[in-house]
Ligand binder design. Structure first.
Ligand code: DP6
Length: 328
């Protein structure tokens, strides 16, 4: 009992965005969302609950984390300790294989790995569905990273969140898609997704419309997935991202996550389409762009985007796996 457990979880990119909470404590979303788990970006986290520790210790990328970061982890572990009825403190070691500084920082892979390792290290016996709910209370999008491939996070309607969870729609081998993560800016993003979505829910007149549109878009995307209709998948992905970003323009104060390079990539993707190559973009709460294409077009899409002066680097991803546990 109380052995060290190591879990590996991958980041994900939402095609239908999670944007806005109906309950901030329980991380219950206003709308359902859908993502692809990414093979290239992941976090590995080890957790051991130890009777001798006087407080939680958090080591991130081989350095002792600062107090603010450690407190976040501690507060999260408190919820897991409560569920298990255990009072021991933990040693948490986490390594991020995500280009953190480049704006691809992933709370999703981070909390999915932490939840998976901590739950097992503390001896809780829970199923995958419950695990998505435990990951969710660290960061909403983390619930989708428990699974590989194409994952839906169902918003649920109940106040206690018991009907709000993530489930796999198709595994990572279902469809040969490429997701190009375009690195544009090494700067810290101005407004976190957490703060950005709250401001939008509270002040944007477009928010109500967003919730309705997201629901419709989800249906269209699931249909595209089922029929492997790439153009339909791409169109609804792009349109959903643009609608999410439009809500931020209507917020008070207004804000936007795009930089000049964001627009350059968007324009270039449209040019690619004009020349007969189906490629589509999506952006999260930051300037970087993710471009979706079919594997057969990956090379030409990558080379074309690399010619843009604002593009620093491109990480070529494929749909990736769900959480795995690593042997010591
Ligand atoms: C734009 O999961 O980072 O990336 O639940 O507050 O931790 P918290 O927010 P987070 O939000 C992600 C928002 C998004 C869209 C998405 O991934 O669905």
């Amino acid at each position: 009992k109380f052995e060290q457990v190591t879990a590996k979880a991958h980041a994900n990119i939402a095609l239908i965005k999670y944007w806005g909470k109906r309950d901030e404590e329980l991380f219950l979303p206003m709308n359902s969302s859908l993502s692809i788990t990414l093979d290239k970006f992941y976090t590995e986290t080890s957790v051991q609950f130890c009777g001798k520790l006087k407080k939680d210790v958090f080591i991130f990328n081989n350095n002792i984390a600062d107090e603010a970061e450690t407190t976040k982890v501690s507060n999260y572990l408190n919820q897991i300790r409560k569920m298990a009825g255990v009072e021991r403190y933990a040693m948490v070691q986490s390594v991020n294989h995500v280009p953190t500084a480049a704006g691809f920082a992933s709370s999703a892979s981070g909390y999915a790995a932490l939840a998976s390792a901590a739950v097992r290290a503390i001896g809780l016996d829970i199923d995958q569905k419950k695990l998505t709910q435990v990951a969710r209370i660290g960061s909403g999008s983390a619930c989708r990273s428990i699974y590989g491939g194409f994952v839906e996070w169902t918003k649920g309607n109940l106040e206690d969140g018991s009907d709000c969870y993530a489930k796999q729609l198709e595994n990572e081998d279902y469809w040969d898609l490429s997701i190009l993560a375009i690195q544009l800016s090494a700067e810290e993003k101005s407004l976190s997704s957490r703060a950005g979505m709250k401001l939008t829910v509270d002040t944007s007149p477009y928010y109500e419309i967003w919730v309705k549109e997201a629901q419709k878009d989800l249906g269209t995307l699931k249909d595209a997935l089922h029929h492997k209709d790439f153009e339909q998948l791409g169109q609804v992905t792009e349109s959903n991202a643009l609608k999410m970003h439009a809500t931020t323009l209507g917020a008070n104060p207004p804000h936007w996550y795009w930089e000049a390079g964001t627009i350059s990539v968007m324009n270039q993707v449209r040019k690619l389409r004009d020349s007969g190559i189906p490629a589509y973009f999506t952006m999260d709460a930051g300037p970087n762009v993710f471009v979706l294409c079919q594997k057969k077009d990956q090379e030409v899409v990558e080379q074309t985007l690399l010619t843009l002066k604002e593009v620093q680097k491109i990480y070529v991803c494929q749909p990736g796996p769900g959480v795995s546990y690593l042997a010591k």
